[in-house]
Design a protein around this ligand. Sequence first.
Ligand SMILES: [Zn+2]
Length: 88
Amino acid sequence: MIFGLPPNLSLYVLFFWAISGGMLGALFHHHKGHSAVSGFIGGALLGPVLVWAMLLVSGAPKCPECAEIVKSEARKCKHCGAALQTAE
Ligand SMILES: [Zn+2]
């Protein structure tokens, strides 16, 4: 078939959605010390966009004192001035 899209394109899209979401979820869960399999299933259900959003949110360091999101390079919270531990 040269012209047009395959009739079951939506299946391909769904498949790609589940696989890419699952891989991101597995990476994310594994990184957090959880099972990669459960991360894969969760990611496949949520989809890559939501997993990316979760990654972005959870990857941003939070101030332990005021729970505001701070820069990872920051040593001091810009909101409350508390000293922050850097992840290195
Ligand atoms: Zn703070």
